[in-house]
Structures are given as C-alpha cells and as structure tokens.
Design a protein around this ligand. Sequence first.
Ligand SMILES: Cc1ncc(C[n+]2csc(CCOP(=O)(O)OP(=O)(O)O)c2C)c(N)n1
Length: 409
Amino acid sequence: MPDKTRLQLYIPKPQARPGEPVNFDGLVVPEAGSVRRPDPLGCEADMRDMPFSLVRVLDEGGHAVGPWAPDVSPDLLRKGLRAMLQTRLFDDKLFRLQRQGKTSFYMKSTGEEAIGAAQSLMLGQGDMCFPTYRVLSWLMARDYPLINLVNQLFSNEKDPLKGRQLPVLYSARDYGFYSLSGNLGSRFGHAVGWAMASAYRNDDKIALGYVGEGTTAEGDFHEALTFAGVYHAPAILCVTNNQWAISTFAGIANPRDTTFAAKAIGYGIPGLRVDGNDFLAVCAATQWAAERAHANLGSTLIEFFTYRAAGHSTSDDPTKYRPVDEPVHWPLGDPIVRLKTHLITIGEWDEARHDALTAELTEEINAAVREGEAVGTLGKSKPPVAEMFEGVFKEPDWRVIEQRKELGI
Ligand SMILES: Cc1ncc(C[n+]2csc(CCOP(=O)(O)OP(=O)(O)O)c2C)c(N)n1
C-alpha cells in the first residue's frame, strides 16, 4: 500500500484572542464609491462579482461618493440619525437597568444601528420585516412608543405582549415588525413564505428577513434561500455579519476566503456585500433590492458587514474571547459618527443641534422609564394571569381548555 499523507481536521481560529494584539489583517476595505452599481433589473448571472466587493458610499471626509450614493433628503438622514442615537441611548440605559435588577435580560445593537434604521425608512408601511433582536432601530425609526418597550422589558402588568415573549423579543405588526423568535433562523423562511403569499395574491408588498452570520449555519437559512430562488419571492434577505455569534467568530460559520453574500450564487439570486456601518450604503442597497423585488425579479441576499461593538447580551463578557480593544479598532467606524459627520459636511447639522438632540432623547427615554417604573419593574408587577390563554390560538386548542380548567380561570 503506497504511503498516504495522514489527514488532519482543520479547525478555524480567530485572528486574535484576549491579550493578543488586535488583528484585522486580510480585511480588504475598498474605497468608498469604487464598486460598480449593476442595473437592479439586470440578469443575476452578470452580477456574480458583487458578493466579493463591499458597497460603500461615505468616504473618510463624510462625503457621499460613487454610483451607489442614494437620492435621500436631509430630513430623512436626520430621521435616521435620530433613530440610531435613540437606539444607542436606550440600549445603554436598559443595560444599566438590567444590572439593577429591573429587567431580567437585555441585548444591545451597538455599532449596528444603521441597518434597522435605514431599512425601516426605505421600506413601505405595508411591507413586513422579520427581525432579529439586533434591529431595535427599525422600531425607533417608525416612532414605536418607548413605553411599550419599557413595559415589556420590565415584564409588568402593561407589557403589550402580556408576558408571552421574553424581553427584547418584540412584536409590532402595525410597525411592519413581525413577532421576534428566539429560535434563530426560523423567521427567515417565514419572510420568504410571507413574500410568496404577497406575490400569489398579486399584492405589492415585499418582505425583509434578517439573520446573524452565525445563523447562516442553520438549515432554516438554506431552506429559505431555496424557496426564495425557486419562486422568485419578493424579499430582501439580510445577513448581519457582526463578526461574532456570542463567543464564536464568523470563520466558524463560513470559510475565510469567501463571503456570506456569496452564498446567494448557489441559489440563483443576486448577492450584495455592503458596509453596514454606512447609513447611506444601507439605504442604497435596500432601494436596489426593493426595486428588483417590485419588478417581479425576486429576492436579493445582502450581507451587511459590521461589528458587534458590545457584548452579545447582558449574560455575556466579550473580554473572555476577543481582545478588549477590538471594537475601537474596527476599520469601518461607528455608524452614528459617520452619518453625523456627513450631515455636518453637507451643512445640514452641527454639534449644538447634536447635543440638543442627545439631551432631548435622553429625557424622552428617562420619562418612559419613569412611567414604566411606576407600573412596576421585574417581579414587582406582572401581566394579568387570567389573560394568559387569550389571543394565542384562533380556536382554543384542547390543551388550552384543559389547562384553563386546571387553573380554574
Ligand atoms: C436555533 C437556535 N440555536 C441556538 C440558539 C442560542 N443562541 C442565541 S443567540 C446565538 C448567537 C447568534 O449569532 P448570530 O446569528 O451571528 O447573531 P448575532 O447575535 O451575532 O446578532 C445563539 C447560538 C438559539 N437561540 N436558537
């Protein structure tokens, strides 16, 4: 028998662990404005280079440059900035309140605020977003009442979901925000199914689905893409690649030499790879994919390249698995600072207005928290037990009837 090389299993490792210098070597960041913008109504086969580039609009000086620079008004940009800042301030406040025992659990979206905010403002009122827990800025951009968030987070008597969901797993149909699921990936297929139903009924609404990059390793992601490709579902399917799935780095879900956007090629749909910290690039890519979906050309997969600057949740300590200063070295910067700089550069914003907005939003958040505290924080007040069985099934399931009898309510 001829000599054979012994096989070795390859185990991917991140470029830096705690105590090691931050290492983003190999990360290629193209100049803003340098990536081509294919015709959104063009043929998918002619776009297969797109998943290997990175669409960027805002340059270092805060100018919007290149073919992807979207036609959006300063008012819309200010609305986006407001939603992002509100999300950041709300996250910081609620994180502290969790440490004080006022809510059981919290998840921040620090560094990723541009994605939900821009997409919320680009899509229509009847369109439906199938969110993850990292797109609170979607709701902020649509002025969802802060008190509803606070009451749910405090699990109190006025929780709009009556204790049926965990904190942060919001549900707001009228705001185009489908009920969040803790079962990662399960909503991606729902987004595609919802989009297919819209097309089947000859409606004009489109769906938007999110998963984190870690979740692309779940079967649900691939099943959803199969249906999306086969049936030309009018959906925008987004992977928010924030580099980390709790303590697992992105290289565990995808080989290092390819991209998450490139998965689109195998399913026959266009894949775009977009700077997720660039509010204008997110707007532009969303408009592009929406135009394509509305023209009956089906789904687009968009990888938003970003960075989870905070811990995964209040139960996580990222200093255990990545260098403590990694977030500050992230080459694509802070999305709020970048949009603010752009608005200042085009003469539509200034530091004084920014400070005033920060003060106004802080007071709004504090007022909502005070109102929620007056109802009750975790354990001090709870949703009405008698209503526990209401509003879940259209026709009561036999188990619900039995359980209700047992409780005598
Ligand atoms: C089906 C399923 N598997 C595992 C988990 C546990 N879990 C919760 S969040 C998470 C990490 C998800 O990472 P990613 O998809 O990258 O999203 P991110 O949190 O980074 O936004 C895991 C494994 C879960 N909730 N559901």
